[in-house]
Design a protein around this ligand. Sequence first.
Ligand code: CUO
Length: 668
Amino acid sequence: VEHSSPALLQPVSRKAKARPPASALSSALEEISAPLVGYAFVPSSFKTAVPEADIFPSGIGILAKGHQFSIFKKSHADEAATVVNYLVSCDCFEKFQEDATRLREILNEGIYLYAISTAVLHRKDTSSTLLPPLWQVNPRNYFPGPIIKRAFDQARRGKSDASDGSTPPAFTTGSNRDPEFKLAWWREDCGFNAHHYHWHQSYPWRGVNGVTKDRQGELFYYMHQQMLARYDAERLAVGLMRVDSYSNWHLPIPEGYNPQLTDYYGAYQFAARPAGMILADNWRDPSDPTLIIQQGYHRDRLLDAINTGKFEKTDGHKVDVDINGLGAAIEANASTPNPDLYGSVGIHNRGHDILAGITDPDYRYNQAGGVMGDTSAAIRDPIFFRWHKFVDDLFFLHKIKLTPYNQTDLEFQNVQVDSVQVQVNDPARPANTLITRMEDVVVDIANDMFLNPNDKPNTEVNVTVKQVNHGRFNYKLGVTSNSRTPLKAAIRIFIAPSLDEHGTQYQLDSQRRLFIEMDKFVTTLKTGSNAITRRSTRSSVIKPRELTIAELKKRGTAAKEADDGCACRPDRYCECGWPEHMLVPRGTAAGMPFDLFVMVTNWANDSSTDDLDRGTSYCGVKDKTYPDKRPMGFPFDRKIDSALYKHVADFSKGFSNMKTLPIKITCV
Ligand code: CUO
């Protein structure tokens, strides 16, 4: 392939070199994209060198270029899975690279980007490769079209964003006439959207051949449940009601949304969804419609399973409902107990699809679908959270049927939490107050991989985005162990808003759905008192800030010189994890009260065969076992008897291995 740079794109043998060059994929994407970007612009010399599509397995090259790709449509997901499986099975790196380059010509753009990066995540020889940030390679799914156009216009005129004194507003997708616009900054955050896209690449519902995902259904439940808990904390902070389930599919949807995102060529926009629309059967693909009655059928079969505690398998046998199986049924992943009863595409995926098509359900106006059809942009739309609240309510209905945790489940004998404190790294700040702020971040989008090379500027193309961030902080814990031998202990840290919409203190059984996991780590307790300090930057929830393409290039050069590999540890979901800058909910200017809850449990009982690390809480350990054997969300995932424990502080007073600390989160 004439465009490859042998110096940058070396084959990676795990035996010879455990870690491939840091820049391998960024270079690969760049090398592939530089001469070939925009399929209409492939140089003729290359065209003659490209074999026909039929060298690839059948089922590849079906979705035409320029069409919207949606992983929630069966035919699209099938094609993407075929490409991913093919690319993962290429037995050497050179073949993978060569095929990826050829597929660039054949595949739909969305499938191409999804499949090549999903393959990189699942190939052994690229397992620790750092991918460039998605908002840099595909900015059109992350920034409104007018903002991108302006940035390119300015770059061509030799001006930087803001240098002409008229920086456009950071958020352009609505106005204060819409209450939901108050949280546009949160739903439209690049890192958050990329996290969600990466999660679905790490756990494709159609699976990856030969790869077993541990507790995928449960993680599907938990990661999205945590998104909802975090969303509700933000809603309460700006005076909105907690998110309401979209469960009645015959009522108008009061919340609308205009994403202002254009496709790769700027030929169409993701559909704007006006307020007040009512769901309609989706016949956009007449061979595979999504019908409301069918959704109702699967919902009712799921409710049957939840209420009886039994799934009916395809062969008629009954099996117990557990959270992983329920997640598999709702997501329709490879472990679904019965695709006929619970949906072969899944009620969840179909919900995305039908909502994405709501504005032109039979495609009579040739209108593109809405963001709900695309995992890289779905969370921008308020209806995403309403839909996922419906999905979460199904999990909730299953969980409340389970026996609440008992004394043995909750206690850790001989261990006592004496004190808990949080302190931001600025000693002038008071203890037990976390600090957040909104920051301007400049993003260079010049490497848009779908850009016509003739339009490619030789300079940075900068977009300024507003993001929340927080002052880094430490947890300081005092823990006494009365065991004669050292104990391996898991420290579980959560926070939740203290007050409901009325300003009344939450009762624990309501508040428990709002608890946000902040960190989970393992420490060894020696006999006697232990002073534990834990940095917020080590959180098991987050991944650190992505390196930009410029930083990756720099690091790639340094890595080549030093023969050093990627900064990520191998075998982790380096690309997965909650964005670090969003770890702390924004809170309020006056200081929003939260309850910080710490629980210490016995890691000798809880540990699986793999370790906790950054990113593992919401993403697991790449293709290994989830590092914590407890149910995800423990101890707040099951009903808590209000007669026994009215408030979270009552709960923690009942057990020596727990402690509740009232804190404030102040947005400065
Ligand atoms: Cu993440 Cu609905 O599962 O988008």
